[in-house]
Ligand binder design. Structure first.
Ligand SMILES: [Zn+2]
Length: 121
């Protein structure tokens, strides 16, 4: 099994690579449940956007701490990163962009972003 997982949006414009996380995160907050994303957070994982960083539509709201990015062409939500009002160095990539075979055996944890901000499992 590879130490890294690569992902690409449906049309292939936006690509990323992330070190294989100990677990991935599904969150029930107002935005994640709509996107149905499966996140790998960096850090603690090593990751980078390989292409398409400027081929995205970005969405943020409220205090604009973070922005969610989706491919301009195919609409897939590929990652989130710091919003315009922060120099946060955290970001996360959506592992649903990866080949399912590369995600086999990966633990999925469920985060209660809607309420307690703790993991359910
Ligand atoms: Zn695309």
């Amino acid at each position: 099994m590879s130490d890294t997982i690569k992902g690409a949006c449906h049309c292939g414009s936006v690509t990323f690579e992330v070190s294989r996380p100990k677990f991935a995160v599904r969150c029930n907050c107002s935005i994640c449940r709509r996107y149905a994303a499966t996140w790998a957070h960096c850090p603690p994982n090593e990751g980078q956007i390989l292409s398409g960083q400027d081929h995205v539509t970005s969405y943020s709201w409220g205090d604009h701490d973070i922005a969610f990015h989706s491919c301009k062409t195919c609409g897939c939500v590929t990652h989130w990163g710091p919003g315009e009002n922060t120099d946060l160095d955290r970001f996360a990539v959506n592992l649903n962009m990866a080949d399912p075979a590369d995600l086999e055996g990966l633990r999925i944890r469920h985060f209660d972003g809607a309420d307690s901000w703790e993991f359910f499992d």
